[in-house]
Write a protein that binds this ligand. Structure first.
Ligand code: NAD
Length: 358
């Protein structure tokens, strides 16, 4: 196990994408756990999916914030805003979760990915770099201690070997989204080498849970089943995913935030971890448990004819058949690995859905 070297108590933390699914969960948990933490969020509140869900997540943050959280509604692609945040707030730890997410949407709207994931991340790196400038290091501020950022399991692209390990070569992205995430890792490596920014990239594997993202399959399936529409299950259901419950992701991020990497053999303070459930589930089984839990929560009626509402269809461009995380490194370094079983996680999603949509 590694020895943690950052105590988050009394720290200033910048969370980008704070109104997002993972960002809001992280912010809420940090505020709950650390009574003397101060968090600044930035989120451009874009309408890629229902902004109402983002506003609702912010309300949940407010319930625990006790004045320790504020939000800037702007884009990380806006260099002036990012620079001003770093100048005024002087973050000790930065967690970059803001991004244009989604694999399929990167076929439809590639610009959004370049703007948020490339330019936005570059702005964060530049600001981290200048946090070490002489004029910024005053009143005990030493610049950014640790930059943690979201990468994605999609960087494994068409890798044949499973489970996916951080040791694998990842030069085969099969979507623009994946290419931007891999680029983030490369950018971070270069900036860590050049300017000594300690950075850790986290490759998340299909995250689900309450207040999740409506563009993701389990949420979209639920919406369709509720409307009595037919759901389309890709690759005839022969897709296996590591479905990871959001609280497990948040727990993983909090663990990682507390350990800025030591120099590796190349003299770079840089690390990358997988965070996934390490237990791939067949899509058909997943959907079956989902509909059972939706019925149990009263989202769907007791006599719902699920068989009549599912259609098995071929693979979509950019999708990969199986994603499955090797989390050995996470376990070795932090003694942690995601553990929430699918039924418990989907039960909580169904309960939230019932409450949110009535
Ligand atoms: N959810 C998953 O299954 C999953 C899997 C792998 C990686 N990730 C990555 O994790 C991170 C968080 O994902 P999420 O599921 O919470 O997605 P999300 O879309 O719910 O959260 C991202 C948030 O960032 C904001 N945002 C987008 N572009 C921005 C910009 N330019 N400036 C400021 N804010 C911006 C959005 O409004 C949103 O609230 C993302 O980087 C995503 O790519 C997520």
């Amino acid at each position: 196990m590694l020895t943690k070297n950052i105590d988050l108590e009394n720290k200033r933390v910048l969370v980008t994408g704070a109104a997002g699914f993972i960002g809001s969960g992280l912010t809420t948990q940090l505020l709950t756990r650390y009574k003397n933490i101060t968090i600044l969020g930035i989120d451009n509140m874009n309408d890629y999916y229902d902004v109402g869900i983002k506003e609702d997540r912010l309300k949940r943050i407010d319930q625990v914030s006790e004045g320790r959280f504020s939000l800037i509604r702007d884009s990380i692609a806006n260099r002036d805003t990012v620079d001003k945040i770093f100048r005024d707030f002087r973050p000790d730890v930065v967690v970059n979760l803001a991004a244009q997410a989604g694999v399929r949407y990167s076929i439809e709207n590639p610009d959004a990915y370049i703007e948020s994931n490339m330019l936005g991340f570059y702005n964060i790196l530049e600001a981290c770099r200048h946090s070490y400038d002489e004029e910024n290091r005053k009143d005990g501020y030493n610049g950014v201690l640790h930059l943690v950022y979201a990468s994605s399991s999609s960087v494994y692209g068409s890798n044949k070997k499973i489970p996916y390990s951080v040791e694998d070569k990842v030069d085969n992205p099969v979507s623009l989204y994946a290419a931007t995430k891999k680029s983030n890792e490369l950018f971070a490596h270069a900036y860590s080498k050049l300017y000594g920014i300690p950075s850790t990239g986290l490759r998340f594997f299909t995250v689900y849970g309450p207040a999740g993202r409506p563009d993701m399959a389990y949420f979209g399936f639920t919406n369709k089943l509720v409307k009595g529409e037919t759901i389309r299950i890709f690759n005839f259901g022969n897709c296996k995913r590591d479905f990871t419950y959001v609280d497990d992701i948040v727990e993983g991020v909090i663990n990682v935030m507390q350990k800025s990497p030591d120099e590796n053999e190349n003299g770079v303070k840089y690390n990358v971890y997988n965070i996934g459930n390490n237990d791939p589930v067949n899509l058909l089984d997943f959907v079956d448990i989902l509909q059972q839990e939706l019925i149990a929560a009263g989202v769907l009626p007791q006599d719902y004819d699920f068989e009549a509402h599912k259609e098995l269809v071929p693979m979509q461009p950019g999708d990969v058949e199986i994603t499955y995380a090797d989390v050995t490194a996470l376990q070795q370094d932090f003694g942690f690995k995601p553990a929430t079983d699918l039924r418990s996680g989907l039960k909580r999603f169904a309960a939230w859905y019932k409450e949110y949509y009535g």
